[in-house]
Ligand binder design. Structure first.
Ligand code: ADP
Ligand code: MG
Length: 367
């Protein structure tokens, strides 16, 4: 009776139900959202920015605080020896001790000392190498114990040292437990660093912070030149983590840490998003980071943020557009105005348009 009573209408309701079913198919969303993220990541990689997943693209768009390491991140990490002070030893001899003691370290300071020494290093002359991060190294060179590092290392070893008034990074040297003078080395800021900080502020970053294990004198000088808002110096790797944790609890938005991974791999993982320098950076940093800048250019951070925001805008455009068109078609279908052809057309049409829109994320870096 029920079926019989509805007679002709029966067929019509089934037709409308099927129209409804076709219209409500979510394939425009299912296809276009991952595609937009893929395209965004692809567009970023064109610019030399490796983003390890679409969730990082989303976090990147919400960054409000950017924390930088100094050496190798804002500066080139290529130190030149500018002076040798308070040394009774021949300068070249002191440099030789320093270069030999540093022969196993991958720190930019040690590489620069080896370069300044200029000769081939015979590793068989060096034994008992011990590197302590944020301090320096100790080793036995030709039977003499050599220590090369900052004032913290000298304090640790109980060796009195001379302070230095030059603006520069200081490598205090001790040979056989006796102070042997210090080597003043200096680094240069990356040509793009100042513009990079300005671009971040322009992109809506509220605070830029520099954390470094280097001396306050050098850190303040660099921070002032670059226009960084806040600077903390003479930090050990663990102090950097503590600083980042404090900043995380204070700031509203997301926090990004940018470093080269030498003594800062723990902070790279701790931050909401870790950005590593790919060319100079250590393998540990590239592993620990969520975003890798292949050419070490700090200006790429603001670019990455722009790409992420544009990609997310495209994703939202697609969601709103697809849902709006579908809602209209569903209403039309329910009251019997839309037929099956309109439903199929709307479904496929919305999907094609959403996919085309998603491919715009590929060129997100160009604008
Ligand atoms: P940054 O935070 O600037 O990257 P690090 O944490 O790597 O600096 O190092 C902090 C400080 O520790 C350096 O400025 C230097 O004085 C000292 N130091 C670290 N490693 C070495 C090393 N291999 N040789 C000499 N000094 C070192
Ligand atoms: Mg470093």
């Amino acid at each position: 009776r029920l079926v019989g009573g509805m007679d002709g209408q029966w067929e019509q309701w089934i037709y409308r139900a099927l129209t409804f079913l076709v219209t409500s198919c979510p394939c425009a969303l299912v296809v276009s959202i991952p595609l937009s993220f893929f395209a965004g990541i692809g567009g970023a990689s064109h610019e030399g920015i490796l983003i390890k997943g679409s969730n990082y693209l989303e976090t990147l768009s919400q960054v409000k605080t950017v924390v930088f390491d100094k050496t190798g991140t804002l500066t080139k990490g290529v130190f030149e020896v500018t002076a040798v002070h308070h040394s009774d030893m021949d300068e070249q001899k002191l440099l030789e001790y320093a270069a030999l003691a540093e022969c196993a370290s991958s720190h930019p300071i040690s590489k620069s000392l080896q370069k300044a020494y200029g000769k081939a290093i015979d590793r068989s002359r060096v034994t008992d190498i011990q590197e302590s991060s944020g301090h320096g190294v100790t080793a036995v060179v030709d039977g003499h114990t050599v220590a090369a590092g900052n004032s913290k290392l000298m304090v640790q070893l109980g060796i009195p040292y001379h302070d230095c008034h030059s603006v520069g990074t200081i490598i205090h040297m001790a040979v056989d437990g006796q102070y042997a003078g210090h080597i003043v080395i200096s680094d240069v800021v990356k040509p793009n660093a100042k513009a990079a900080i300005a671009a971040l502020h322009k992109a809506g970053v509220e605070k830029t912070v520099m954390l470094t294990g280097d001396r306050a004198k050098v850190a303040d000088h660099v921070a002032q030149r670059l226009g960084v808002d806040e600077v903390h110096s003479e930090l050990l790797p663990a102090d950097k983590v503590a600083q980042v944790e404090q900043l995380l609890s204070r700031s509203g938005g997301k926090l990004a840490f940018v470093g080269d991974g030498i003594n800062d791999a723990p902070v790279l993982t701790r931050a909401d998003i870790g950005i590593a320098m790919g060319a100079l950076g250590s393998d540990a940093a590239i592993e620990a980071a969520d975003v890798v800048l292949m050419d070490d250019d700090p200006a790429k951070i603001a670019l990455a943020m722009r790409i992420s925001r544009r990609t997310l805008r495209i994703v939202y455009e697609n969601i709103v557009f697809a849902l709006a068109v579908k809602a209209v078609c569903l209403v039309l279908g329910a009251i019997g105005i839309a037929n099956m052809w309109l439903a199929i057309g709307a479904d496929v049409g919305v999907m094609v348009l959403a996919v085309l829109n998603a491919t715009r994320a590929l060129s997100a870096g160009k604008e």
